[in-house]
Design a protein around this ligand. Sequence first.
Ligand code: GLN
Length: 279
Amino acid sequence: MSSISESIIWGATKLQPVSASATLDTEVLLCWILHKERSYLRTWPEKILSTSQISAFKNLLNQRADGIPIAYLTGQREFWSREFKVTPEVLIPRPDTELLIETSLNLLSKIPAPKILDLGTGSGVIAITLALELPYLQILAVDKSTAALNIAQENANIHICNNIEFQISSWFQSIATQKFDLIVSNPPYIAATDPHLQTGDLRFEPQTALIAGTTGLDDIKEIVSNSAQYLTCNGWLLIEHGCTQKSAVQTLFQQYGYQNIQTYQDLSLLPRVTVGQLI
Ligand code: GLN
């Protein structure tokens, strides 16, 4: 293995048993080492790699073969067309979560000077994306993990985003009494016994960001049951949830007095985000 094309064949073969996207993973890691776009690999397939490039590539490939997610190897992931820093202390941003952004933006377009709360901000992608799309927003983003808040703050700095305040808080616990026009969250929602937790990238992500009790609903319940006192009249609550949780989440919203409850589907046409308004 010494050229780009040989390296891709070697890498893809090695990743075949562990990844459904072996060639793509290999190319992304090679691009990361070479500091190039994927088109470069196509243009220069015969280019010979240096010894240090080969050894760095092999090192990353071996880690990927052990299952470590690509995003943790490159330390970044794209979300809403922007690059965000990620580490094993935070959940890897998913395309599914872009639905939370889209739904929030739709609701926010009708509210003048909105105040927003992002619960469990993690890498900060939700708060930062909203803040960049609508720079007049005032956002409070909380997380119970200091390590996560540090990453979120770094991401806010990278994107020169000054309209977010980050604060340590486990859900509402340390948030001073105040009202928000919109509360948004991508909380943990996987049941502790869900076999998916033993597969793929999930094995390497922070378990506290994924698991929510025996049904996966513990944190959603905590959020829905406490949001009312933090919402303005006509304020909105938006929660991402599992694709099998639509009716349980809608029932919780109803139980706590929400109206105009709607569930939206993600790109795979699975119910993924439920919203409700407190009137
Ligand atoms: N959507 C993620 C998954 O199923 C879970 C993220 C979360 O718990 N918020 O992989």
